[in-house]
Write a protein of this length. Structure first.
Length: 396
């Protein structure tokens, strides 16, 4: 093969606009590259407990947090295995690929899954949630599972409305919330919203590598844990509570905590959590302005059709009929070194996703949008040109 036949790798830095994992700030990368320490060393303990307190502040909880070496799936499983028993019923609010996957996991663990079905573009109807809870007069439903930010569709589900449905019906089920693509990007208030278990992961809003996950756990959930009989070992909260660090049955992934200490510093001290949320809102509006502009001329559209539920951390973009989103994404990647998220589950090839969470600013968003528009032109995707101007107008 001659040099001219070799596939060309675009020069310059990879432009990463996936909805997780996300860009890692250089200072977090450097902090993570810490030399090995003994996790029983009291000096590490200081870093660890400071991180634990920081995570509680981000989750907005004063209750318990348990951590796992593993991606978000590990925390999903820990949450179910610690709270439920074989044959228990969980009510899953359908939101998209991730609510379905969590439900499938529950089924595999021997849990009965009842679903409140929803149109993925409009989102679940809270009246239907309340009706399902009201119909359960025998309180067979032991837990309600909701994905706070559905990463596959770009939709935020308002957790306080789910809490209100539980309260209105006087239903005692535990409220389980997946915060994997919301925590550290969108406001989340575990205690105020009455969430009993909040599932989080390292690789999105927290701006860390993938592989650390955790659950915030309420006192009510800890009580339920005492009678849960689903098999568990590595994930067993009772066993964890006996460990010196109150988590981790095995080796503690120390590098993560040096990184987490730095990402907490960036979020809380350097920028301020409220400003982090405001930045996500600002950048998300710019992305949506661009997509809404492109949608003219039978162009791609916002997948989410409920404005009050637009996600400020990820936008799913529905391709025009007959246009394959994965072919378009390949053009963006191979020609321009722009990495975009693909469609998941039944949305494969039908949508692409722009992640706008984590370590991100206006130039990065504008660069992404300009390159998406360029790639649409090159790939022959119909659209109304000028989306970047719409984004600039939204930002200015
Ligand atoms: N839940 C949501 C909302 C997600 O976005 C993801 C991953 O993107 C997961 C769960 C699964 O997490 P992980 O891939 O870290 O196992």
């Amino acid at each position: 093969m001659t040099a001219s036949e070799t596939p060309r790798k675009p020069r310059g830095r990879l432009f990463f606009a996936n909805p997780g994992p996300t860009n890692i700030p250089d200072s977090v990368l450097l902090a993570t590259a810490h030399h090995t320490v003994d996790f029983a060393d009291p000096a590490f303990g200081e870093v660890y407990w400071a991180c634990m307190e920081g995570l509680k502040r981000i989750l907005k909880t004063r209750q318990e947090v348990f951590l796992y070496t593993g991606s978000g799936h590990a925390a999903w499983e820990a949450c179910l295995a610690n709270l439920l028993s074989p044959g228990d019923t969980i009510l899953v609010l359908e939101s998209g690929h991730f609510s379905q996957s969590w439900g499938r996991m529950a089924t595999d663990l021997g849990i009965e899954v009842q679903t409140v079905p929803a149109d993925w573009r409009r989102g679940v109807d809270m009246a239907a949630v309340q009706a399902a809870l009201a119909a359960d007069t025998g309180h067979v439903i032991k837990a309600v599972g909701v994905v706070h930010n559905e990463t596959s569709t770009g939709m935020m589900i308002p957790i306080p409305e789910v809490r209100a449905a539980l309260d209105a019906t006087g239903h005692p089920a535990l409220l389980l919330a997946d915060t994997i693509s919301s925590l550290g990007s969108l406001d989340f208030r575990m205690d105020e919203w009455g969430v009993d278990a909040a599932v989080g992961g390292s690789q999105k809003g927290l701006m860390l590598p993938t592989g650390l996950s955790f659950t915030g756990v309420s006192h009510k959930a800890l009580k339920a844990h005492e009678s849960s009989t689903l098999p568990k070992h590595y994930f067993n909260w009772s066993a964890m509570m006996k460990r010196p660090l109150k988590s981790f049955l095995g080796t503690v992934p120390t590098s993560f905590f040096f990184g987490l200490q730095e990402s907490l510093r960036l979020m809380e001290q350097e920028e301020g959590l409220e400003n982090v949320f405001a930045r996500h809102t600002r950048l998300a509006r710019a992305v949506r302005a661009a997509v809404q502009h492109w949608s003219g001329n039978n162009g791609p559209q916002l997948f989410c059709t409920t404005p009050s539920r637009y996600s400020d951390s990820v936008t799913a973009v529905l391709m025009p009929d007959g246009i394959d989103g994965d072919v378009f994404r390949r053009v963006a990647m191979q020609r321009f070194n722009l990495s975009l998220g693909g469609g998941l589950g039944p949305l494969a090839g039908k949508v692409f996703r722009i992640g706008h969470l984590g370590d991100l600013n206006e130039p990065m968003i504008l660069g992404t949008l300009a390159t998406v528009e360029l790639a649409m032109k090159v790939a022959g995707v119909p659209h109304t040109p000028g989306g970047v101007d719409a984004a600039i107008a939204a930002l200015a």
